[in-house]
Each structure stands twice: as structure tokens, then as C-alpha cells.
Design a protein. Structure first.
Length: 388
């Protein structure tokens, strides 16, 4: 066995003995991934269903009898109020509607209670729209005109996106973000203790005294971090698949389908995701090894890693909401972190081109080589190894 594999084996066994670390990199992703991905969609879908079938009180002032009947059929309970604004502010009613001189005015706490008030206001608006359509149809009939004059043509939307992209919904844009976060979590769990932790415990000198090159030591520690980074990512995706199946057996409604989405990847797409994830994990692990070796203690390493974590996370948050507006020029696939996110996103949606994928892999491999050289240099620089 090569020396670097012995070093990697040592770090893997050491990490495996720490039950807290195993819990964080194996158990928590399985539990948290479904909650992050499907929890909000499930909650919104459940609230929407309850609001749609439940009956809510709505304050009314001077409303026509036809509108009152439409409110009742929409599961809204009209309640006469003298001051609609005060009734809403005191939460005596969820919303209030006033009819003055041919205009309807809706009062609600939509900014303070966006979910509850927003859903009820939507029910009110649908009832008022139905009343408006009734009045229009009546006026046209009295004028001897057919209702079809209001719709001289029809509009049909045809989404020509790949089937995987159509089914992914908002979930498709969130998976790359969480996948990359879990990769970093898994690498951090091993690397910081294997570098700065060893310096603080005084065991690094004994390792450096062994007949193993510093490059092999660096590679061994990187490989151990890479293993846990990939395992954490796989755990997260497993949680996503299991949690998605579980949530879908209970959730209903368009909101869940839009926000939750569904992922149906082919074996080829899974292989592409895995290769891209391994390259990204190698890059992150090499960076962490370099930073961890520079730090004098575990605590100091954390102060370095936290800004690094933010530098990596902020672009991902931006991309999660703005990637659709990028022109996807090939040079974007040469930018570290950005390229991996774009590749993940397009692989999931079956839109990745071979050229873009190869550029992503090639550029990431170059970044891995540079980060590895930096990490190995920190193992040979006595000013870094023994700084105090």
C-alpha cells in the first residue's frame, strides 16, 4: 500500500471513532435534506389546502347580495362590521371588503401575515372576479353581444424544456446549493482536525518524522477529507430521495409540485454528477488542508475557514436565484465554484453541453492541482509548520 493511503486510512479511522462527527456527516444530512427541500413546500401546500377547505371570517360593508352568496360558496363567512380597518387590525376578521360607489376595497394584514392573509385575500379576489365576470356577461347579453367577443383569440403555452427540467421545479435550483454545502461540511469534519488539530495536539511532528514524503502526507489527509465529503453529499441526496417519497405520500396541491419538484435522473446523469462532485470535493479539501496547516490551532483554523465558507456560500446563494439570467458563456465554466454550480444545475435539468462539462472538469482539475501544490508546500515550509 502506498504511504499516502496509510495516512488516509489513519485519518479515516480517527474520524470514524468520533461519533459526533459521524452523526454530523452521515445522520444529519439524511434528516435535514428532506426538511430543507420539501418542508417549506409541504407546509405551504398544507396551509393552502386548509385555507381552501376551511371557512374564514371576512368583514363586509355594503356588499351586494350576489357577492355575499359568492363568498359563502367560496368558504368565506361574511360578517358585518362598522369599521373594517379596526376589525382587521384587531384580528376579529382575516380580511374586510367595502363596496363604495362601484369600487371594492380590501383590507388585510397581508404584509404582517403574508401566508394566512394572502391566501384569504386570494379567495376574496377569486369571488370578486367571478362576480365581475357575471356582470360583464349580463351587460353583453343585454346589448345583444356574445361573450366570445372578450376572447378573440386564445393563448397556449408550450414548455419545450427537457422533461427533467420541467419536473425539477424550484427543487432543481436548490439541490446544487445544498450538495455543495454538504461537501464542504464533510471535508471540514476531517481536515481541520487532521491538520490544525494535530499541530495543537503535538502529534504532527511524529508524523513528519516518518519516512513518508510531505506530499504523500498532504495527499493522504486530502483523500480522507475527500472520502467524507463525498459520503456526506451522498447521505444528503439519499435523504432527499427518501424524504421526497415520504412527503409526496402526504402532500397534495400545485404549490407542492411547483416548490418541491421531482428529480428523475438517468444513470448517465448520476455518473456526471458524481464525477463533478468528486472534483469539487477534491478542490475544497485541498483548500482546507492548506488553510488548516497554516493555522496554529484548531480555533485559529476555524477563524480562517469561516470567511472562506462565506466566500463560497454567497456566490451560491446568488446563483440559486440568478443563474437563469446568465448567458452561459463558456468562460463562466472556468470560474471556480461558479462552474460547478452551473454544471450541477444543468446536469439535473438535462441541459449541459459536452463542451461546457469538459471545461468545468478541466478547470476544476487545474484548481485542484494548484490547491494541492499549496497544501503540499505548507507541509514543507517550516515557517508554516512551526509558526507560533
Amino acid at each position: 500500500m502506498n504511504a499516502w493511503l496509510y495516512v488516509a486510512f489513519k485519518e479515516i479511522v480517527s474520524t470514524w471513532r468520533d461519533k459526533r462527527t459521524i452523526r454530523n456527516v452521515l445522520v444529519l444530512p439524511v434528516l435535514l435534506m428532506p426538511l430543507f427541500m420539501y418542508g417549506p413546500a409541504f407546509l405551504m401546500s398544507d396551509l393552502e389546502a386548509r385555507t381552501r377547505t376551511g371557512i374564514q371570517k371576512v368583514g363586509v360593508v355594503n356588499l351586494p347580495s350576489e357577492v355575499l352568496e359568492l363568498f359563502k360558496s367560496a368558504n368565506l363567512e361574511p360578517v358585518s362590521v362598522s369599521d373594517p380597518r379596526a376589525a382587521v387590525e384587531s384580528e376579529e376578521v382575516v380580511a374586510a371588503v367595502v363596496y363604495r360607489e362601484g369600487n371594492f376595497e380590501i383590507f388585510s394584514l397581508e404584509s404582517a401575515k403574508p401566508v394566512k392573509a394572502g391566501l384569504v385575500v386570494a379567495k376574496v379576489r377569486r369571488a370578486l372576479d367571478e362576480y365581475k365576470d357575471h356582470l360583464v356577461a349580463k351587460s353583453l347579453a343585454e346589448a345583444g353581444l356574445d361573450l366570445s367577443v372578450l376572447e378573440p383569440f386564445s393563448v397556449e403555452e408550450r414548455d419545450v424544456s427537457p422533461e427533467q427540467a420541467r419536473g425539477a421545479g424550484m427543487l432543481g435550483g436548490m439541490i446544487p446549493y445544498f450538495l455543495m454545502i454538504f461537501i464542504m461540511m464533510g471535508a471540514m469534519a476531517v481536515v481541520i482536525d487532521a491538520t490544525a488539530g494535530e499541530k495543537e495536539k503535538g502529534t504532527l511532528e511524529a508524523l513528519l518524522a516518518t519516512p513518508v514524503s510531505h506530499m504523500q502526507i498532504a495527499l493522504g489527509k486530502m483523500f480522507a477529507g475527500l472520502v467524507f465529503a463525498v459520503v456526506t453529499a451522498v447521505s444528503g441526496l439519499t435523504g432527499l430521495l427518501v424524504g421526497g417519497t415520504l412527503f409526496r405520500s402526504f402532500a397534495q396541491g400545485e404549490t407542492f409540485e411547483m416548490m418541491g419538484g421531482s428529480i428523475n435522473l438517468s444513470a448517465g446523469a448520476i455518473a456526471l454528477l458524481f464525477i463533478t462532485a468528486v472534483l469539487y470535493a477534491a478542490f475544497i479539501t485541498a483548500l482546507l488542508v492548506a488553510v488548516g496547516m497554516y493555522a496554529r490551532s484548531y480555533k485559529e483554523a476555524q477563524t480562517y475557514v469561516s470567511p472562506m465558507y462565506m466566500v463560497l456560500v454567497v456566490p451560491l446563494l446568488v446563483l440559486m436565484f440568478a443563474s437563469d439570467f446568465l448567458n452561459r458563456s463558456l468562460w463562466l465554466y472556468t470560474l471556480p465554484v461558479f462552474n460547478v454550480y452551473l454544471a450541477f444545475d444543468q446536469i439535473i435539468k438535462a441541459q449541459i453541453s459536452t463542451t461546457a462539462l469538459l471545461i468545468t472538469w478541466s478547470s476544476t482539475a487545474i484548481f485542484v492541482a494548484i490547491a494541492t501544490a499549496w497544501a503540499a508546500r505548507n507541509f514543507t515550509d517550516e515557517g508554516v509548520l512551526f509558526r507560533n
